[in-house]
Write a protein that binds this ligand. Structure first.
Ligand code: SAM
Length: 290
């Protein structure tokens, strides 16, 4: 089977199977071998690695992964792509193709069955319409995970690695950075895909912390505090926390916690670091139980 990271070979396969792109599945296939090599390199894939690929498409990146990894599991939602994948990956015996929706699968179980519970590397050119739910599900589901190296919309990559005080900083930045170190590896223009997306893209690597960088008493409460703090960006932190139906905190309790931390009363959520959110969460949780 010819290598697919070359536009002519991709077009040949699409024609052979009379494949029609489905917009609802975020299908933009990579056709640039330099970008593919960069992703594999950034993910530091070795022959020891078990790799989970989300949305293999026609198997372009999967071919690179199979060449470099020990085992690859590729989960694809579009049934029309399954016969194509069986064809383009027929030379490899280290691939498992799964026809499923990544958001509905019991990933921990699937991975454990294949990999005996060893840490997994996730590599993908993600469907942009569900980037955030996929990344959050991976980070939050406590599957043994080493890193996530993925193509995402550039604006989402900027939000994932944003620092306090910037306009990109928000709940996604904090959630990602709670679990991982985020680095942008490359910016990728629309002409590296077929069809071309109407946004810029970036490859981002999330290297999961072996030990958490901040400690908090109740992770779930922390994320409720973070969500409430960014729900209405233009509100002060005090109002955001005090007016959130999902958080058992009064405006007075919010004001008192903010004062206790030595922060100005009109501070906004976007000024606080992850460490400060963890402190705030511990104070608010204690107060909310009184
Ligand atoms: N990896 C291929 C490439 O780089 O050329 C395709 C990437 S394309 C951006 C995203 C892929 O994810 C498509 O093949 C699409 O069908 C698949 N996909 C979309 N939603 C999915 C879901 N919920 N679960 C699994 N795969 C999904």
């Amino acid at each position: 089977m010819a290598a697919l990271g070359i536009p002519q070979n991709t077009i040949h396969i699409l024609q052979k199977y009379d494949f029609h792109f489905q917009k609802k599945y975020g299908q933009n296939f990579l056709i640039d071998s330099n970008v593919l090599a960069k992703i594999i390199d950034a993910a530091r894939i070795t022959k020891e690695d078990f790799v989970l690929e989300i949305g293999p498409g026609i198997g372009t990146m999967t071919q690179y992964l199979c060449e470099n990894a020990y085992q690859v599991m590729a989960v694809e939602i579009d049934e029309n792509l399954i016969p194509i994948l069986n064809d383009t990956l027929s030379a490899y015996d280290n691939i498992t193709i799964v026809h499923d929706d990544i958001l509905k699968m019991d990933l921990t179980k699937a991975v454990r069955e294949k990999n005996g519970g060893r840490p997994v590397k996730v590599v993908a050119n993600l469907p942009y319409y569900i980037t955030t739910p996929i990344v959050m599900a991976l980070l939050e589901n406590h599957m043994p995970l080493e890193s996530i190296t993925v193509m995402v919309q550039k604006e989402v990559a900027d939000r994932m690695r944003a620092k306090p005080g910037t306009k990109e900083y928000g709940a996604l930045s904090l959630a990602v950075q709670y679990y991982a170190e985020a680095e942008v590896i490359a910016n990728v223009p629309p002409n590296c895909f077929i069809p071309r997306p109407n946004v810029g893209s970036a490859v981002i690597r999330l290297t999961c912390h072996k030990e958490k960088k901040v400690t908090v008493r109740d992770e779930e409460f922390l994320f409720r505090v973070i969500r409430a703090s960014f729900n209405q960006r233009r509100k002060t932190l005090q109002n955001g926390l005090g007016n959130d139906a999902g958080l058992p905190v009064t405006k007075e309790q919010a004001a008192s916690a903010i004062a206790q931390m030595g922060l100005p009363p009109a501070v906004r959520g976007e000024r606080l670091s992850l460490q400060e959110f963890a402190e705030l969460s511990d104070i608010l949780q204690t107060d909310s139980m009184k």
